[in-house]
Design a protein around this ligand. Structure first.
Ligand code: AMP
Length: 354
């Protein structure tokens, strides 16, 4: 990053901000939330995707900017700035654009860009999460040391693609693709909860932190093919015997709530993550998600963090059982728009944009 947010905002008419993102992932929710807060919206799309948005008049952007390839988004930077645009990065935004182009994009981005470096490098991610006192699944350095069920994750693989389970070194050896870098993690047995938080460095209401406050907006469970429905035709071991192995490709999201007695720990974990992020890189601003497994002794193991809006918030466009207790009809997309509106009103945009 070779610029300061102050410079980027210099030419902006702060009374006429617009909200822009790539038309994919959680964009319907982002546009819908921005619309509810009175913002103009811009969808960056490929021509063939535009028609689809007509199906959802309340989720479509006011305006489309068409690209042949998302990698060309930097060419739109000047036009986006002329439109006083703030980009809302979602999971696919960084994936489509590429990390380097994302970091260098000369348009104000909601949240702290630096967080990307911490979440995309597995070692830095572990330093952050364990440094915050969270319990992560054990990592196994040498495959020969596999002494329990493990999940093997290829670096940079999106949506669980190519991941596999092994219970012994022999199984691992049969399935591994040595040409790709991978990590071996203990497979944590329990139930999965994907916790969706929102950290505001500029609001002091609600659950207070050393600076700002933290909200829990929703939670979901991912639906992953084929692992989540394999039991319909037999046990995993039966299938593995005939060479069929489960996969972990995300296909959708299922709404869920957690035992109320676990909520204090949910907040404690979110709090520690934010406090550590402030210390390490100036803070994870806005939405973030902890991907967790709750074990039978009711302990959380955290296997991943996503430091932006995740698709697991999509079931809650009109609010969740948690956000309903903050304000009715509050999606994560709408909460982002509210944060921008509040910052705009109190001249705090530099605190939440980068
Ligand atoms: P990830 O890309 O790390 O989110 O992993 C993709 C999916 O694999 C998750 O949504 C989980 O279903 C599963 N998974 C990942 N890590 C673990 C783990 N350590 N133990 C159990 N399941 C896991």
């Amino acid at each position: 990053m070779v610029f300061e947010i102050r410079e980027l905002l210099e030419g902006y008419d702060k009374e006429k901000l617009s909200i822009a993102t790539i038309c994919s992932h959680s964009s319907l929710q982002i546009f819908n939330g921005a619309r509810k807060e009175g913002f103009r919206t811009i969808g960056i799309a490929k021509e063939e995707n535009v028609k689809f948005y007509d199906a959802f008049p309340l989720g479509k952007p006011d305006e489309f900017m068409i690209v042949d390839d998302y990698k060309d988004i930097p060419k739109l930077a000047e036009e986006l700035r002329e439109k006083n645009a703030i980009i809302i990065p979602h999971g696919s935004f960084v994936e489509y654009l590429g990390a380097k182009k994302f970091l260098d994009l000369k348009v104000p981005i909601f949240g702290n860009r630096k967080v990307l470096l911490w979440e995309s490098d597995r070692e830095l991610e572990r330093k952050w999460l364990e440094g915050a006192g969270l319990d992560m699944p054990k990592q196994i350095g040498d495959p020969k040391d596999i002494d329990r069920p493990v999940i093997v994750k290829y670096h940079g693989a999106k949506g669980g693609k190519g991941f596999f389970i092994a219970k012994t070194y022999e199984e691992f050896e049969k399935l591994v693709d040595w040409s790709k870098p991978f990590t071996i993690q203990e497979f944590v047995m329990g139930t999965r909860y994907y916790l969706h938080y929102f950290y505001s460095p500029i609001r002091e209401d609600g659950y207070k932190l050393s600076k700002g406050s933290l909200q829990l907006l929703s939670m979901d469970r991912r639906d992953e093919t084929t692992i989540d429905e394999l039991q319909r035709i037999g046990s995993i071991s039966e299938l593995e015997e005939i060479g069929i192995h489960p996969t972990f490709v995300v296909t959708g999201n299922i709404p869920i709530v957690i035992r109320e007695s676990l909520l204090p720990e949910v907040f404690r974990m979110g709090e520690r993550i934010v406090e550590k992020s402030i210390e390490l890189f100036g803070g994870v601003i806005g939405p973030f998600c902890l991907e967790t497994v709750v074990t039978e002794d009711l302990k959380f193991k955290v296997f991943e963090i996503s430091a932006r809006i995740v698709a697991g918030t999509n079931p809650y466009i009109s609010g969740s059982p948690y956000s309903d207790l903050i304000q009715p009809d509050l999606s994560t997309g709408r909460r982002i728009a509210q944060e921008i509106k509040y910052a705009q009103k109190h001249d705090l945009l530099e605190e939440i944009l980068s």
